[in-house]
Write a protein that binds this ligand. Structure first.
Ligand code: CP
Ligand code: NVA
Length: 327
């Protein structure tokens, strides 16, 4: 596999390898400095970003490379050049193409046209990079996934899709609660359930936020409206999602040592009460802190396997992740 377009692209073993690599790089961020010496990683952002952009820029710097960050309006794409032609050109310059845009189909097109690995840095449907940092954070706080339960409460969006897939790969029991009109895409749930069955986890879907949170060891939520969502939907979504706001009262139904998670940016008073996100149960800045380490792990795994593939097969580029790379 060349690209990372969604979390479920990874095998359970590769996902665990990325977690282990991320932990190791958190201990020693410059361990692989020089791996990208003289190399460029292109970061293309058609939507805003703080964490993903800065994490990848930090990760590339920690590997000794140069991040080249561009907005869609800065490239000729903004004047009508196709994404496919852009991907072919970027492939002649850079080692990896990291892309944040709207349609998942556009990232698929880029991946098909590019000869270098393409990493989805968030689309309307998925946010795989976030999900690796989320599970890394859970592992650090929980120590084990055995007997633990995660509740996702709120909008069935890109972050939630990738979180469900990451839980399925990690064997974590997750219950997701969304309003009737904002249920998860059934195909994502069916696919995640099949993956979970192989890894000892479970996925439960409900419309009742209290049922989801009851006894949970972590409670996760995200924005009620995502980048690219029609602003016109805002008032409708707010009224449907208000019962799903994570309040202190809701947290009191979770396990006493439950943590609160959010990918950020957050909207205090909407999807989460200020006292929860700024309270002692919140680990949102641990999640953000883990983003550069997971970005380094993705780039490291890619480069080491790329070299191996070039050496062994003569291929120009290798896969994003393989099971055995030298730590
Ligand atoms: N969580 C996350 O992806 O944040 P940014 O939108 O700031 O990158
Ligand atoms: N669901 C949010 C996540 C931002 C990191 C969005 O897509 O805007």
């Amino acid at each position: 596999m060349k690209d990372l377009l969604r979390t479920a692209d990874l095998s359970a073993a590769d996902f665990k390898l990325l977690l282990d690599l991320s932990d190791e790089l958190k201990q020693e961020p410059l361990k692989h400095y020089g791996l990208l010496a003289g190399k460029t990683v292109v970061l293309y952002f058609a939507k805003h970003s703080t964490r993903t952009r800065l994490s990848f820029e930090t990760a590339v710097a920690r590997l000794g490379g140069v991040p080249s960050t561009v907005g869609s309006n800065e490239l000729q794409v903004g004047r009508g050049e196709t994404l496919e032609d852009t991907a072919k050109v970027v492939s002649r310059y850079a080692e990896v193409f990291v892309i944040r845009t709207f349609a998942d189909d556009d990232v698929q097109l880029v991946a098909e046209a590019a000869s270098i690995p393409v990493i989805n840095a968030l689309t309307d449907g998925h946010h795989p990079c976030q999900s690796i940092a989320d599970i890394m954070t859970l592992r650090q706080h929980w120590g084990t996934f055995e007997g633990k339960k995660l509740a996702y409460v709120g909008h069935s969006n890109n972050v939630a899709h990738s979180l469900v897939e990451a839980c399925a790969l990690s064997g974590i029991d997750i219950t997701i609660a969304s309003p009737e009109d904002y249920q998860f895409d059934p195909s994502i749930i069916a696919n995640a359930k099949a993956i979970a069955a192989e890894n000892g986890g479970s996925i439960t879907v409900t419309t009742d936020p209290m049922e989801a949170v009851k006894g949970a060891h972590a409670v996760y939520t995200d924005a009620w409206i995502s980048m690219g969502d029609a602003e016109a939907k805002w008032s409708l979504q707010v009224s449907a999602l208000t019962p799903y706001r994570v309040t202190q009262e809701m947290m009191s139904h979770a396990a006493p040592d439950a943590i609160f998670m959010h990918c950020l940016p957050a909207h205090r008073g909407d999807e989460v009460a200020t006292e929860v996100i700024d309270g002692p149960q919140s680990v949102v800045f641990d999640q953000a802190e883990n983003r550069p380490h997971t970005s380094s792990a993705l780039l490291y795994a890619n480069r080491t396997t790329a070299s191996k593939a070039v050496h062994e097969t003569g291929a120009r580029r290798g896969p994003v992740v393989v099971i055995s790379c030298t730590l």
